[in-house]
Design a protein around this ligand. Structure first.
Ligand code: RM4
Ligand code: MN
Ligand code: MN
Length: 403
């Protein structure tokens, strides 16, 4: 029986969704389980994690209920204050809570020394201190079995004329190359960019072009990391993604949503169609090359007001839904419509995929993996939140110092 272009029998739709979900994993940030806030105030939650063990335990819950979050990103200063000596503890926590260490994030922005920058600091002593911290982070990644060292720099300046932009760029190249030389085989450096905040005049790695050039200069195992919150308003992020894919330079994502700046809101809460369009570019590229691109999907969110574990489960479920929807685009039919410049039909392929209710097929997929059909409901019924609220609530609340 002929099938009208763009329409598919349901079984094929659910097969595509199941295949897409089989290949989709997303990493949780340890800091998303801790107390955070804005610079105006922090409203602490009794259930927030304040030790590394609690962060592993909470991430382990999200993974147990969703089945797709086997790794947790670690921030060296917040999670591994003992540096390399903390590696044994990580192995114990991984075994106990069923989630492994994921990307290792050096902290090059919090210590007093970094007031005027880290890799771009005019003081050679501070630049080498920052380099040593990245080298330590590479060693930590090696010890805990992590592949990616994920670099985000707060470096920049607040007033015109106060920083030598080209000189600082050169210092970045030198330290990134030194960091790259320390990588073990298989490890990668991810270079993240951000247009502003905390610096408000210039940021040393201000956009994807700067990150791309620096990653190229660093060495063959460096890639660009796209944090969806790190763009100017209305920037076409999926085009950046398409270009980085074409250049073989897309290393991974920090997913979150935003309304104004780097808001770190829950993925898809403001503009789910944008996340869908990003995933569509990736699915389209995978279809074209006939292989899965090697991309680290990570969450970078801080849930200041929402319950942290609930918000993380919500994020993961939305990510799966949007990825599943993007997997429904018929790439050959789309390409044909593009060639015919059949604009409405071409756009319609995206709109149809985006409007498809993929939730029943996702529920079936979960059941087929012995996972709860509704992870959020399963979490609410599990009693975990009540337990940790009682256990942790009696302690003096710790607040992570960022944001
Ligand atoms: C930054 C950036 C980094 C994250 C820190 C906490 O804005 O997104 O990736 O590690 O925040
Ligand atoms: Mn980020
Ligand atoms: Mn950010």
């Amino acid at each position: 029986m002929a099938v009208e272009e763009g329409k598919r029998p349901m079984s094929k739709t659910s097969d595509r969704i199941h295949a897409a979900l089989d290949g989709f994993r997303i990493e949780l940030p340890s800091w998303g389980f801790a107390n955070t806030g804005t610079r105006f105030g922090k409203f602490v939650q009794a259930a927030a994690a304040s030790t590394l063990e609690e962060k592993f335990s909470d991430a382990g819950q999200v993974h147990a209920l969703t089945g797709v979050c086997p790794t947790v990103a670690l921030h060296v200063l917040w999670d591994l204050p003992e540096g390399l000596r903390s590696a044994a503890e990580i192995a114990r926590l991984s075994a106990r809570y069923g989630v492994r260490a994921g990307s290792i994030n050096p902290n090059l922005f919090q210590d007093q020394e970094y007031k005027h920058g880290s890799f771009g600091n005019p003081d050679a002593e501070v630049r080498s201190r920052a380099k040593r911290h990245v080298l330590d982070s590479v060693a930590i990644a090696g010890a805990v079995g992590s592949r990616d060292i994920s670099l985000w720099f707060a470096d920049g300046s607040n007033y015109p004329g106060t920083a030598n932009i080209r000189q600082r760029r050169q210092w970045f190249v030198e330290n990134l190359q030194a960091s790259h030389r320390a990588l073990a085989p298989g490890q990668r450096l991810l270079v993240e960019y951000k247009p502003f905040e905390p610096a408000f005049y210039h940021t040393d790695i201000g956009d994807w072009g700067m990150a791309l050039l620096l990653a190229r200069a660093a060495g063959p195992d460096a890639r660009v990391l796209v944090d969806t919150g790190h763009h100017y308003l209305s920037q076409n992020i999926e085009q950046i993604v398409a270009w980085l894919l074409a250049e073989g330079m897309l290393g991974g994502f920090h997913f979150n949503d935003r309304r104004y700046a780097d808001d770190d809101l829950t993925l898809g809460s403001i503009d789910p169609y944008q996340v869908f369009r990003i995933f569509h570019e990736i699915r389209s590229y995978a279809h074209e090359i006939g292989a899965e691109p090697d991309i680290a999907y990570m969450v970078d969110q801080s849930h200041n007001l929402k319950g942290k574990i609930e918000a993380m489960i919500q994020t993961v479920c939305v990510a799966q839904e949007l990825y599943a929807k993007a997997s429904l685009v018929d790439h050959d039919a789309l390409a044909a419509a593009q060639r015919r410049t059949d604009l409405v039909r071409a756009e319609g392929f995206l709109q149809d995929a985006f409007s498809t209710d993929v939730r029943p097929a996702i529920r079936d997929w979960r059941v087929s993996k012995n996972l709860p059909a509704d992870p959020q409901q399963a979490f609410r019924e599990s009693g975990y939140l009540e337990r940790i609220t009682a256990d942790r609530g009696s302690r003096a609340a710790g607040v992570s110092s960022y944001a």
